[in-house]
Ligand binder design. Structure first.
Ligand code: B12
Length: 308
């Protein structure tokens, strides 16, 4: 059974939903939603259900809906728009797979997470990896699973600790698979990391698995590497490519200036590849390759090899 979720203050709601404090206050005045409670100091406290609704509204705004229409929409209308906008993943051959094709496995994994059945979860995931092979597992299974786990968390159907357990299991499994691949020593040399404030690691690990399988030499540097250290690392490792992941949670305001600054810092011959849910908000820039999908990383690798 789910335990009651605590209310959040305005700063936490801003971080969680990506909606700025000014926007939250303006909507309250203009549309009469959200309707936060107040703590003993008079500060706003947002009930978890309102935060769920705000998260959904933000996602729909990112998809191009107008705030005014969404904030005032009824529960049913919003739920319908939300269901219609559920992300759909694609297989390597472009066929849609989520939620239909991956659905039984997704249901099983979510069930095992909710039941806290770790051995069963480990078995389900490692069997899927062995059955499908690393490339298809990463693209066809882990991709849709991430989305489903994220959606379940957003709807309050799984707890934060259950989401963490999922991430740890996938991380362990992908690291084990990577450890089994002999280092190729072949170009390109790809340095993988995230910038400060970007905590999501799975995207990087997924890309690493795909590139390593194709014989690229991957240099994983974990998350949150400051930009100057990134430049130093690229030079020290003689990287051909710096590959970064930005999740959809990364603040839009920071994205473009930060990427521009990094591009200036990196030696011009080092390619900059950026992927993840956040990268679709980036504007094109000379010397920058925007790769919203995992398949994009495979094509970009092939092109890099043809160019050299
Ligand atoms: C696990 C998880 C976490 C974990 C991460 C732990 C870890 N070690 O990674 C923790 C708990 C830390 C976390 C925190 C947060 N999270 Co989170 N998280 C997730 C979850 C469930 C899945 C994993 C993930 O890493 N996804 C990111 C990658 C794998 O997916 P992607 O960005 O879409 O990228 C795809 C491709 O673009 C490609 N790709 C990714 N990187 C790259 C790089 C290259 C070079 C290439 C070629 C391709 C590529 O790979 C993916 C293919 O599937 C996602 C759900 C989801 N849909 O992914 C939410 C999700 C990303 N998180 C979300 C949110 C809101 C947050 C928080 C703000 C929540 C909070 N209250 O604090 C914080 C932000 C933390 C921060 N500062 O970064 C939202 C973002 C929504 C939005 N529009 O803003 C999501 C989408 C969940 C949701 N449905 O609402 N999260």
């Amino acid at each position: 059974m789910n335990t009651p979720r605590p209310p959040l203050n305005i700063g936490s709601v801003e971080r969680d939903t990506g909606l700025g404090k000014d926007t939250l206050r303006a909507w309250e005045r203009r549309y009469g939603f959200p309707t936060p409670d107040r703590d003993e100091h008079g500060e706003r406290l947002y009930p978890a259900e309102q935060v769920d609704r705000l998260r959904l509204i933000k996602r729909l705004i990112d998809l191009g809906y107008r705030p005014g229409k969404l904030v005032g929409a009824g529960e049913e209308e919003l739920a319908l728009l939300g269901a219609q906008s559920m992300p759909v993943a694609a297989t390597t051959d472009g066929e849609e797979i989520a939620p239909q094709k991956a659905a039984p496995l997704i249901e099983r994994v979510l069930g095992e997470l909710r039941e806290h059945d770790l051995p069963a979860l480990q078995q389900t995931l490692s069997q899927a990896l062995l059955r499908e092979g690393l490339q298809r597992f990463v693209i066809d299974t882990v991709g849709p699973l991430n989305i489903a786990v994220g959606e379940a968390w957003m709807r309050g159907e799984i707890e934060v600790f259950e989401e963490h357990l999922y991430t740890e299991q996938i991380t362990t499994l992908l690291r084990q698979a990577l450890a089994g691949l002999a280092p190729s020593g072949q170009p390109p040399r790809v340095l993988l990391t995230t910038v400060p404030d970007e905590l999501h690691t799975l995207g990087l690990l997924m890309v690493q698995a795909l590139l390593a399988l194709e014989g690229a030499s991957c240099i994983p540097l974990g998350t949150q590497l400051p930009l100057f250290d990134l430049r130093q690392a690229a030079i020290a490792h003689r990287a051909d490519i710096v590959a970064l992941s930005f999740s959809a949670a990364f603040p839009t305001r920071q994205l473009q200036p930060l990427v521009g600054k990094l591009r200036e810092l990196l030696p011009p011959e080092v390619e900059l590849w950026i992927g993840g849910g956040g990268c679709t908000r980036l504007r094109p820039l000379a010397g920058l390759r925007i790769l919203p999908t995992l398949e994009g990383a495979l094509s970009a690798l092939e092109e890099w090899r043809q160019r050299r």
